[in-house]
Design a protein around this ligand. Structure first.
Ligand code: EPZ
Length: 417
């Protein structure tokens, strides 16, 4: 199934359950390597990136079993880290295994995760920080070999709040001798989730959710149970879909307390949103308003992962909007496809586009080239008059369990073939 067909112009109604968070599940699964006991990770999304991480863990010697509600992981037999093969290629999230393997085995070997469509995706901060903790790296033929005689605590001042680098430092820090202070840490909820799982395992981590973390090393970690929180980006995707197509939707499980910037943007776009006991309710007319300037920022600012979804909505918001992508340097590729649907998006530079919103997008055949841009094309298809076919859907399935099922539950006419 590599294409999605959408009959647009239908308002969304009803309720949909939000899946577990991809970007929380992945570092938590990496962290299960740090204990020789069994862990049970509930609410893991059944998405391609999680399946790829599971196959990597199995290659490393973990016993991983899908249970009714989640993943059971037994890392007692983990062998020395030598990750190769397809699973690592094109999956940046394997990078969080680096800190975990150095902590568990004293070595790690992985293929350079490389850049991707949205940008260079360098890993200099990861390597620099782990070197301060006693790791040494060499790179040949696209493989990164990491080794340590034993990690030690350090004071690390991150020059930019890299989510992945913060996660790698935490994963290494809980296994290091001594304490690690991180300043300038990323504050994303997914990092807080990782800290909570590790605390369940007996780790001592202070400052979770802030940009100053203290990770106490040297504690023996035991297995633990953990429930992956709902995915704020999937919730934001469906919230944007409702703003674009119109309707009244309840996002069950949506973490409203992690989505302040998104909810503020939604009301600027003319939608009414309110938190409920179990999630977020949103009502929208289907005629979104333009936003003078929308800039992506590190958490708690507007998330870069929802920039493409917002762009799709603004493409159908009559009037002028400016969208600024401050996190990645090439995250506007989807604009070319949106313009094929009648949008009028002009790129000013690597970080800025101007949108002249049109009254009506029209259906077209468009291609997804990466995860969040693909989801944005689905939103545009829901908004457009007529039929849209989105190809390249394997990118979308990396992060969305079943976007067609979810949107059909909200009344959309959408199928994957
Ligand atoms: C995580 O990627 C997420 N991925 C991304 O989600 C998300 O967009 C990103 O954080 C920002 O929120 C996962 O959690 C698996 P960064 P990560 O390190 O850790 C630069 C999705 O769609 N940088 O915070 O790779 C980098 O180039 C994905 O679910 C360096 O310069 O992001 C970027 O410009 C896409 N050197 C900025 O920092 C480094 O060593 C933010 O990157 C590392 C990063």
């Amino acid at each position: 199934m590599d294409s999605i067909h959408i009959q647009g112009g239908i308002a969304l109604q009803g309720q949909v359950r939000i899946q577990g968070s991809k970007n929380a599940a992945l570092p938590v699964l990496a962290a299960t390597l740090l204990t020789v006991e069994q862990s049970y990770i509930r609410n893991c999304p059944r998405i391609a990136d999680v399946h790829a991480m599971v196959s990597l863990l199995r290659k490393l010697g973990c016993l991983v079993t899908w249970r009714e509600e989640g993943l059971q992981v037994d890392s007692s037999q983990v062998c020395r880290g030598a990750m190769r093969g397809e699973a690592v290629k094109g999956m940046r999230s394997s990078l969080c295994l680096l800190g975990a393997l150095l902590g568990r085995c004293g070595e790690a070997l992985l293929e350079h995760p490389g850049g991707c469509v949205i940008g260079e995706r360098p890993i200099d901060l990861h390597l620099w920080a782990l070197e301060q903790m006693g790791a040494r790296f060499s790179e040949e033929k696209g493989m990164i070999q990491g080794r340590t005689e034993g990690l030690h605590g350090a004071r690390i001042a991150l020059p930019m709040p890299s989510v992945g680098a913060t996660e790698n430092i935490i994963l290494a820090g809980v296994m290091a001798e001594g304490d690690t202070h991180i300043t300038g840490a990323a504050r994303e909820p997914e990092i807080t989730a990782l800290c909570r799982y590790l605390q369940n395992c007996g780790a001592v981590i202070e400052g979770a959710g802030t940009d100053h973390l203290l990770v106490r090393g040297g504690n023996n970690l035991y297995g633990a149970e953990f429930t992956v929180p709902s995915d704020r980006i999937v919730a934001g995707t469906y919230l944007m879909a409702c703003i674009g197509a119109g309707g009244c939707v309840h996002l069950e499980g949506a973490p409203a307390d992690e989505m302040g910037a998104v909810l503020r943007t939604a009301s600027q776009m003319g939608a009414s949103c309110w938190p409920t006991e179990e999630g977020i309710c949103i009502q929208a007319s289907g005629c979104p308003k333009p936003v003078e300037r929308l800039s992506t920022l590190p958490y708690p600012g507007f998330p870069t992962d929802l920039q493409s979804a917002a762009l799709a909505v603004l493409a159908g918001a009559e009037g002028r909007s400016v969208v600024e992508e401050r996190i990645f340097e090439n995250r506007f590729r989807v604009a070319v496809e949106l313009n094929r649907m009648g949008a009028c998006i002009q790129q000013l530079d690597a970080h800025t586009v101007v949108v002249r919103g049109v009254r009506q997008l029209h259906g077209a055949e468009v291609a997804a080239r990466e995860l969040r841009g693909g989801a944005a094309l689905v939103i545009a298809g829901l908004m457009a008059q007529g039929k849209t076919r989105v190809t390249g859907c394997q990118y979308i399935y990396r992060g969305y369990e079943n976007i067609c099922r979810d949107l059909r539950e909200l009344g959309a006419r959408i199928v994957s073939v």
